[in-house]
Design a protein around this ligand. Structure first.
Ligand code: URA
Length: 190
C-alpha cells in the first residue's frame, strides 16, 4: 500500500494543482469489505482522509446500522484529489486515477466491494447505466489485468441522499441486502 501511495503521488493529474492533500484511505486494510466513493470534498482535502465531512458522517451512520464501522471496513475513493468546488471528476481525471484504484482493489483483495454513488459504480463496473439502475442489483467487479472477480454492490451517494431524503428508504433496503450477504459469507472478521 505504501508503494501504491508513492505511485499515486506521481500521477499526472490536474486536480493536484488545486488540492491541498492527497486523500487515500481509512479503515482496516485487512477487511473483507472495501468501500469506494467518488472523490474527496473540502473536509477530506484539508485532512487527507476519505468521507469525513457531512456526507461521510451520514455514510458512517448508515453503515453503522448494519454493524459496519471503520474498525471493520476499508474505505477509499476512485479519484484521489478534490475537484475544485466539489464538481464531479471529469473523464480525464477518472482515467488518470482508475488504474491506481484498480490496483488498490487488487492489493486489498476484498470479498465484497461497495461502490458509493453513480460515478464510482459506473466507472468500476464499466456500465453506462446510472446509479438508479445499478443500485439494488448484484454485480461482479471484474479486472482481467489481475484476474480477479469480486461481488459488488452500488448504493446512492450520501450527498445525494441529503438532497433527496425520499431515497433513504431504498438505500435502507439495499443495506439490508448487503448485511444479509455479509452474514451469509461471514465477512466481518474483527
Ligand atoms: N464524497 C466522496 O465521494 N468521497 C469522499 O471522500 C467525500 C465525499
Amino acid at each position: 500500500l505504501e508503494k501504491l501511495l508513492v505511485e499515486i503521488n506521481k500521477l499526472k493529474c490536474n486536480l493536484k494543482e488545486t488540492a491541498t492533500n492527497v486523500v487515500f484511505s481509512d479503515g482496516d486494510y485487512n477487511s473483507n469489505i472495501m468501500i469506494v466513493g467518488e472523490a474527496p470534498g473540502a473536509n477530506e482535502d484539508l485532512v487527507g482522509k476519505p468521507f469525513i465531512g457531512d456526507a461521510g458522517k451520514l455514510l458512517d451512520k448508515m453503515l453503522n446500522f448494519i454493524d459496519l464501522s471503520r474498525d471493520n471496513f476499508y474505505i477509499s475513493n476512485l479519484v484521489f484529489w478534490r475537484p475544485p468546488g466539489n464538481r464531479p471528476p471529469n473523464d480525464k481525471e477518472i482515467s488518470v486515477c482508475i488504474e491506481a484504484t484498480k490496483k488498490h482493489i487488487h492489493i486489498i483483495n476484498p470479498k465484497l466491494l461497495i461502490f458509493v454513488g453513480s460515478i464510482a459504480a459506473k466507472s468500476l463496473l464499466d456500465k453506462k447505466e446510472g446509479i438508479t439502475k445499478l443500485r439494488g442489483e448484484k454485480h461482479i467487479y471484474v479486472d482481467n489485468t489481475y484476474g480477479i472477480k469480486i461481488p459488488a454492490r452500488a448504493i446512492f451517494h450520501p450527498a445525494y441522499l441529503m438532497r433527496n431524503p425520499i431515497e433513504k428508504k431504498t438505500t435502507w433496503n439495499d443495506l439490508i441486502e448487503i448485511d444479509d450477504f455479509i452474514r451469509r459469507k461471514r465477512l466481518i472478521i474483527s
